[in-house]
Design a protein around this ligand. Structure first.
Ligand SMILES: [Zn+2]
Length: 200
């Protein structure tokens, strides 16, 4: 799911963000995320003609409040609620009706959604616990990835990307590092609840 956006050049981004992207790739390969920072999400937003693509990568902590696979009814309900919000991206990303955006593809991935099923949590620490043979409690970080593609009949109505609703819906999200690519070029922007509107 990251293929498309990873092909884009990172040359224009501030070093810090490019570096974070590198770390993420590394982590992604190993399926375990040690480097992510709770409270911080990442969003790639690309507007190209009528095609709008949004790709959100977030620590699960930001969206559901935990990162383990839900087993209790209460945790399962939280996962289901977050998933439902993510399945309604037109509202979540507050896309203006005037832009006439229609979802063309939608993809959600997370170990919390059962994408990497693990029968028991004592067999997923390939590196650490294998050495000492002890089954210490180990916190595995988990992310939630949401990838959306839209076709927008009137892209001129998309002068802004408003993330207000994302911060409202998932208040544990303190900031989102946004890579924005649109008619005016590519920019790396940091969005917060009080500065949630970005210009394409
Ligand atoms: Zn984490």
């Amino acid at each position: 799911m990251r293929r498309l956006l990873l092909a884009l050049p990172f040359a224009l981004l501030p070093l810090a963000i490019a570096h974070a992207a590198d770390e993420h790739d590394h982590d992604h390969e190993h399926g375990s995320l040690g480097a992510h920072e709770h409270g911080v999400g990442r969003l790639n937003a690309v507007l190209d003609g009528q095609a709008l693509e949004l790709e959100l990568d977030s620590p699960a902590m930001n969206l559901v409040g935990f990162e383990h696979v839900a087993t209790s009814a209460a945790d399962k309900a939280k996962v289901a609620a977050a998933r439902k919000q993510l399945e309604n991206p037109l509202a979540l990303f507050n896309l203006p009706k005037a832009a006439g955006c229609v979802i063309s593809t939608q993809e959600l991935n997370s170990p919390l959604f059962g994408d990497k099923p693990e029968a028991d949590h004592d067999d997923d620490d390939h590196d650490d616990d294998a050495k000492d043979g002890a089954h210490e409690h180990h916190h595995d970080h988990s992310e939630i990835h949401a990838h959306f593609q839209f076709t927008c009949a009137t892209p001129a109505a998309l002068s802004n990307l408003d993330l207000t609703q994302v911060f409202k819906t998932f208040p544990a999200t303190q900031k989102i590092q946004v890579q924005l690519i649109g008619p005016s070029g590519q920019q790396g922007v940091e969005a917060t609840a009080t500065a949630a509107t970005l210009k394409f």
